[in-house]
Design a protein around this ligand. Structure first.
Ligand SMILES: C[S@@+](CC[C@H](N)C(=O)[O-])C[C@H]1O[C@@H](n2cnc3c(N)ncnc32)[C@H](O)[C@@H]1O
Length: 202
């Protein structure tokens, strides 16, 4: 069945009017799937540049910075970035639309996308993939968390099967692992999600 278009809030207005702690994606801790990968791959040993893409509340960026990475957090919402900046002066928080990004070519060793890709419109997915490919260094790694097609509730972001992820990213990225998990936040029950680790092809 063809995917139907989904609609999303005006992100900037949302961050202007609501407290981040009440947002469904708010997670004061580092996402546990990312944490496990960081430990298993021992990637803190060499540090490096990490982008927290669509950083929103900024909590993930701050945790990554505390682990010793040089972290940038971008978001298209000025209000989100203004609030996130109050959390840390170590993270480079910037207003930036990933579909029209000011980020430099080959800038990052790692990118974490927790919830941005799954709100990108169907027609902008190719542009998203091209941008990620452009700003990641060769062999750089994208950690992606998005809703899974196993999530039964209708509302919210786009959902993805493992095959769909392979179809979207497989030409440009080597899929290193993909697993069914949950999206930690303020919802009960936690939405079903995928956690994907992929390496930019040279
Ligand atoms: C579901 S929230 C996740 C926020 C954050 N990653 C977290 O885990 O707490 C999605 C975020 O993506 C941001 N966003 C949506 N479209 C974007 C775009 N084109 N470029 C940058 N950020 C975007 C939204 O403003 C929002 O903060």
């Amino acid at each position: 069945m063809p995917e139907t278009q989904r609609s999303f809030p005006d992100w900037n207005l949302l961050y202007k009017n609501e407290k981040v702690v009440n947002m469904p994606w708010y997670n004061e801790h580092l996402d546990f799937d990312l944490e496990q990968e960081i430990i298993q791959r021992k990637i803190t040993d060499n540090g490096g540049k990490f982008l927290d893409l669509g950083t929103g509340p900024g909590t993930q960026a701050v945790h990554l910075s505390k682990l010793g990475f040089d972290v940038t957090g971008n978001d298209l919402s000025e209000y989100a970035i203004e609030k996130a900046r109050s959390l840390s002066d170590k993270v480079h928080f910037i207003v930036d639309d990933i579909l029209n990004s000011q980020l430099k070519k080959n800038e990052f060793d790692y990118i974490f996308d927790r919830g941005c890709f799954h709100v990108i419109s169907i027609e902008d997915r190719d542009k998203y993939v091209m941008t990620i490919k452009n700003i990641l260094k060769d062999n750089g790694i994208l950690f992606l968390k998005c809703f899974s097609d196993k999530e039964p509730h209708e509302e919210g972001p786009y959902r993805f099967s493992q095959d769909k992820i392979k179809e979207i990213f497989g030409n440009d990225f080597e899929i290193l692992s993909i697993k069914e998990t949950v999206y930690q936040g303020t919802l009960d029950p936690l939405p079903k999600a995928l956690f994907v680790v992929m390496r930019k092809k040279g």
